[in-house]
Design a binder for this molecule. Structure first.
Ligand code: MG
Length: 260
């Protein structure tokens, strides 16, 4: 009898582990700055994240900057409603709002919202500082530490244009999945530096499609931005890339569905 109970418990545990591992969607679609376009949500707002989740995208991408007092906030541009993020305190940024009334989201608030579900991954882009490489490195480090603090590692993949920031993020957590955006490193160089993959511009990959093959052979992930044309979507699907980052997630989702 004890054996039966023990076997049952083991089966239950294994089933829960496999469910937890398989609950994230795998359809290659990464909503760029959230899914904002169709519903006119502000880019990088909590509302655009919620819409990407509702659409069942594989991932929702967002951009992270560090304020003068080292608060990590979510915004695409270096300025928020005319205020330079890197030279403003978080408190100062609260003077303005997004067009839908949201205040600038902190990274913690954004991650906490994303962790309410386990189907869409959170693709965290930490931005290169306009002030110094040291600040890019600090942002890479603090992004990883924030994710660790919240226990969000299962949800988050990272991307960055800052090679130094990426290296610092990987040094902070060697398990951090960091893909490089800037296009100036070969797959072999990325592999040696501990990167998880690349996320390169479509024009580069059209010129250098062999990098997709090389990356796959090295076990690196492949992603491309910002893919809004059907012709580019189809080409990347034919190349078998892992992810496609788009402002038009609905279009890409229906294209993938139609090819099944
Ligand atoms: Mg971005």
């Amino acid at each position: 009898m004890q054996h039966i109970i023990f076997s049952f418990l083991l089966m239950t545990i294994f089933t829960q582990i496999s469910l937890a591992q398989s609950s994230f969607i795998q359809n290659k679609v990464i909503a760029h700055r959230g899914a904002w376009k169709t519903q006119s949500f502000p880019q990088n707002s909590i509302a655009s994240l919620q819409e990407a989740i509702r659409l069942r995208c594989q991932g929702s991408e967002f951009d992270v900057w560090m304020t003068a007092d080292e608060v990590l906030v979510v915004n695409h541009d270096h300025d928020f409603q005319g205020m330079s993020i890197e030279t403003s305190t978080y408190e100062e940024l609260l003077a303005q709002s997004l067009p839908n009334g949201e205040k600038i989201p902190t990274l913690k608030a954004y991650l906490s919202e994303g962790m309410q579900q386990k189907s869409t991954k959170l693709i965290l882009e930490f931005k290169p500082s306009r002030i110094s490489i040291a600040r890019s490195e600090r942002l890479g480090e603090l992004a990883v530490k924030t994710v660790q603090e919240l226990g969000a590692q299962d949800w988050v993949d990272y991307i960055t244009f800052s090679y130094e920031g990426g290296v610092k993020a990987i040094a902070t957590d060697p398990k951090a999945k960091v893909a490089y955006l800037n296009g100036d490193k070969s797959p072999q160089e990325l592999k040696e530096a501990g990167f998880y993959g690349f996320d390169y511009h479509i024009s580069l990959l059209r010129r250098m499609p062999q990098w997709i093959t090389e990356a796959k052979a090295l076990g690196l992930t492949t992603n491309s931005w910002t893919i809004n044309l059907e012709d580019d979507m189809l080409w990347l699907l034919d190349q078998g890339v892992d992810f496609i980052t788009t402002d038009e997630p609905e279009k890409l989702l229906s294209l993938i569905q139609s090819k099944k």
